[in-house]
Each structure stands twice: as structure tokens, then as C-alpha cells.
Design a protein around this ligand. Structure first.
Ligand code: ZN
Length: 490
């Protein structure tokens, strides 16, 4: 019995050693892999989240100073600068807005036993807990009525109009973010913040008031003159809706179930005051450097390793540090840049490291990059994107469908790391995609990583370095290093 047991253990060991040998990493990857250490990305993440960078709002001096710091790191690692003229920084126009003050008060009709409804109850909303201004709001102060308008969509081409039968002129439009039917591609353009704001403005509204489950910072829009949009919590919205004996959760459910407009005016009124400063001449920067491919032909194709460097800025006395979103992803990109810079044997294709500006404002930096591909390159073969890599204990990955060999490369790389929890296929990119979206639309192969979360402080001042797990960023960097190397070398 004991002998048999020993034999079994020996066989097990031999099996184990054989597997190890089969899976052994190529020696030439060792210097890169050895350079990936958890405290590196953690420290980059911590630096980006510093108050002096003021939440890295693209265009703002805080963003620009942080971009110069990151460019200095690319230089230190010996990456080739992306531009002969401007080095590691690629400039593009980026108007931006800083909101200094915002106050909101509800004037709710008092329930009375009689028919008179003249009495009102005033409730002041708490900034952050109850409401936030949208971070592209114009200055203004109004006391006005409110109309509830479903998803705030007017799409006659689809036979759908949330504005039918209500008059939003001179009022605030209360609505949800989203569309009546997610399967209907025609609704996608209507779900863009810019489109929805302009639609409401064209109907004479004073501002959109979005109902989110809880307020979150949102700089994804352009200033619309004399238009003051905001976001309020479901809990706050329920106070407005109480006069109709309905809750925001039930309203949303009805809209989703019946896919028909459900709009009505309210007796409640809102006073909303915003003080903001707009900077139409703002300049944004993508930060980029590369490792040249070793194949004389294939080096003109590149694999982009990117993530957004920007976040929501500092407004109304609050800083949104964006440690998880997306200092963490930027830190992984930087760690990968350093790892690739250590390699003697470079992959066949060039690998370009890009920290994008303006993602939070609507994928502006990545869109600009795709449409102004820097001259060393003729095409982007593949894009690896990193957005929110700092919270959790594993990673989720989605990638372009039907790319022979790609799932195998990812899986083989994960055998050395063991953090890939789930993979999925990108079918189409909607309004909420990250920086891979413009690459996907241009036909590049895309791979997107997200740590498995829970990302509880998404777009809130609580997204701080104290929530960041150094090991998860290093593990994601290891997985991405091995897989992107093999993919760029195919
Ligand atoms: Zn993000």
C-alpha cells in the first residue's frame, strides 16, 4: 500500500515537471517579466491620484502636469517618442469646464386635504449624496417647473417620442439615461449625452436632470449655452415623484417593460443654481511612446497598449482622484512599457504605449489617435485596453470575435498567472465603451481588460488609492505582457 502510494506520488511529480516544462516561458521574456512588481504600478497609481493633479481633467493644468510626468517615465525607460516634433505628447483640442458651485432645492407640493395645492415644502439637496451638476454645465440660476420625459428621447424615425404631449419649454426635464430598446441600434445615437442635451435644449428646456441610482461625476458633454444639466439620486427623484405615487425604480421598470413613452408634468418646482467656468481653448494630450518591431515589414503595423489617463477633475470643492478609474489602468500600461523596454528580443510588430486623454469626455483622445495615426505606423493591428484594473482579485477580458488564435494566446498566457476569470466577445460597441471602441470601429482587433471589481466608488471622490490592490495590477500586467508579446510576434 505504501509502495503504491509512493509510486503514485512519483508519477504525479513527473507529470507535474513535464507540464511545467511544456508551459515554461521563453527565456527571452524573463527580463520583462522580472521587471513587473506590484509596487511599481501601485506607486504610479498613487502619483496620478495626488491632489496636485486635481483629478486629471483633460485640458486642465492638473492633467497637463501629470501628462508631463508620465512622458518623463516613458523617456526614462528609453521608449521611442511617438513624434519627432513633440516627443511623447500628442496635442489635440480639448475644451473643458470647471464647476465651482452648485445648489439645488426642490419645492414640493404639500399634500392637503382640500383641493388647494398652493402650499409647498422646500428641500435642499446635498451635493454628492443627492445631486451633482453635470460637469459641462453653463452657469445659471432658475426656479422652474419639471416634466418627466422617460429616456429624454425624440426619435421620429423610430416612431418614438418621450416629448409627445408634454411641454418642456422653460422647465427642467427629468429623465433616465438609456434607451427604450437596447436591441434597436437606431437608438444608440440618442443615448449620447451630447445628443440628449441638445435635443432638450432645442425644445426650450433649461436643463436635463438625470436620475442615476446615485450621483456620479460626468464630464461627458459640451457646454450648451444657458443650459444647466444635473444628475440626482433615485432617492431624491422619489421625492419629486411622490406626488404621482410612483418611485423611480418602478418608472424605469415600466419604461423597460412596455417600451412606450410614459411622460408627464409635475407640480413640483426646482431651484437650481450653478457657477461654472468654461475654457474653450483647452488643449489635451495623448502620451505615447513605442518599442519598434523587429520585422522590417511588420514593424509598420502596431499593437497599441493603451488606457485612459484622464478622469473627472475637481469641482465644487470635491476632487475626483480616479485611482481605479483609470490611474490603475494607466499604471498597468506604464508597467508594460517598462517591461517591453527591457527586452533584447523585440516582437515582430511595433508595440505602442498610449495614455489617452479625454475618455471621460467621450473617448476624445483615442478617437483623435485613431484618426491621426502617428507617421511611423501604417495601421493598428490590435489594441489592448486597460480600464479600471485596481479593484478585485481577478480580471475579465472581452475581445473581438472570430479572431483565430487570439483566445488561445490569452489562455496560454493565463496559465502562468491564473487570474482570467471570464472572457467574452465584443459584438458591437455602444455608448458606454472605453478607448477600444474607436479602434474596434476602424477594424482593429481589440482586447479589453477590467479587474473584477466591485468598483464601488465609480466616478466618486471615494475612488482613492486606499482601495487599490497592487497585486491585481501586477497580475494583469503579467497576463497582458505574455499575451501581447506573442500576439505582436505572430
Ligand atoms: Zn474609465
Amino acid at each position: 500500500m505504501i509502495l503504491k502510494k509512493r509510486l503514485f506520488v512519483v508519477m504525479l511529480l513527473i507529470g507535474f515537471c513535464l507540464t511545467m516544462q511544456a508551459d515554461k516561458l521563453e527565456n527571452y521574456l524573463e527580463p520583462g517579466l522580472a521587471s513587473i512588481k506590484p509596487m511599481d504600478p501601485y506607486n504610479y497609481c498613487k502619483t496620478m491620484a495626488l491632489p496636485k493633479y486635481a483629478g486629471r481633467l483633460t485640458g486642465h493644468e492638473g492633467y497637463t502636469a501629470a501628462a508631463e510626468w508620465a512622458a518623463g517615465m516613458f523617456c526614462r525607460w528609453g521608449l521611442k517618442p511617438i513624434s519627432q516634433k513633440s516627443g511623447y505628447l500628442l496635442e489635440y483640442p480639448s475644451p473643458y469646464t470647471i464647476v465651482d458651485e452648485a445648489e439645488m432645492t426642490f419645492h414640493l407640493p404639500k399634500k392637503s386635504s382640500g383641493s388647494e395645492e398652493s402650499a409647498t415644502m422646500d428641500i435642499s439637496l446635498k451635493l454628492l449624496d443627492d445631486f451633482l451638476p453635470l460637469l459641462f454645465s453653463d452657469s445659471g440660476e432658475h426656479t422652474a417647473g419639471v416634466v418627466f420625459a422617460g429616456w429624454g428621447i425624440c426619435a421620429p424615425e423610430l416612431g418614438y417620442d418621450d416629448y409627445a404631449g408634454i411641454d418642456p419649454a422653460g422647465k427642467f426635464v427629468l429623465c433616465f439615461r438609456g434607451t427604450p430598446d437596447r436591441r434597436e441600434a437606431g437608438f444608440v445615437k440618442h443615448d449620447h449625452h451630447r445628443f440628449r442635451m441638445n435635443m432638450a435644449k432645442s425644445k426650450g428646456a433649461l436643463g436635463i436632470i438625470y436620475i442615476y441610482d446615485k450621483p456620479a461625476a460626468n464630464p461627458n458633454g459640451d457646454l450648451v449655452p444657458q443650459f444647466t444639466p444635473a444628475v440626482i439620486s433615485e432617492k431624491a427623484a422619489d421625492k419629486l415623484l411622490a406626488e404621482k405615487n410612483i418611485t423611480s425604480v418602478d418608472l424605469r421598470k415600466d419604461l423597460q417593460t412596455y417600451k412606450k413613452p410614459l411622460s408627464f408634468p409635475l407640480n413640483a418646482r426646482i431651484t437650481y443654481r450653478v457657477v461654472s467656468r468654461h475654457f474653450p481653448e483647452g488643449r489635451g494630450y495623448n502620451i505615447a511612446g513605442y518599442v519598434e518591431g523587429s520585422d522590417s515589414k511588420l514593424k509598420k503595423e502596431c499593437l497599441v497598449i493603451g488606457g485612459h489617463f484622464d478622469h473627472c477633475g475637481a469641482h465644487c470643492g470635491l476632487i475626483f482622484p480616479g485611482a481605479d478609474d483609470n490611474a490603475s489602468g494607466s499604471a498597468v500600461v506604464m508597467e508594460l512599457a517598462e517591461a517591453f523596454s527591457k527586452l533584447k528580443k523585440r516582437p515582430k510588430r511595433s508595440v505602442v504605449f498610449v495614455l489617452f486623454g479625454g475618455e471621460e469626455m467621450g473617448l476624445q483622445g483615442s478617437t483623435y489617435f485613431v484618426h491621426h495615426l502617428p507617421s511611423p505606423f501604417e495601421k493598428v493591428d490590435t489594441m489592448f485596453n486597460f480600464d479600471m484594473e485596481g479593484e478585485g482579485d481577478g480580471t475579465v477580458c472581452s475581445h473581438s470575435p472570430d479572431v483565430p488564435g487570439l483566445p488561445e494566446v490569452l489562455k496560454a498566457a493565463d496559465e502562468h498567472v491564473g487570474i482570467l476569470r471570464r472572457t467574452g466577445q465584443m459584438r458591437a460597441v455602444g455608448v458606454r465603451g472605453s478607448d477600444y471602441a474607436p479602434f474596434f470601429q476602424e477594424g482593429a482587433i481589440c482586447v479589453a481588460f477590467f479587474s473584477n471589481g466591485p468598483h464601488l466608488h465609480y466616478h466618486l471622490p471615494g475612488d482613492t488609492i486606499y482601495r487599490i490592490n497592487p497585486d491585481i495590477m501586477a497580475d494583469i500586467a503579467r497576463l497582458a505582457f505574455i499575451s501581447s508579446y506573442h500576439w505582436a510576434n505572430r
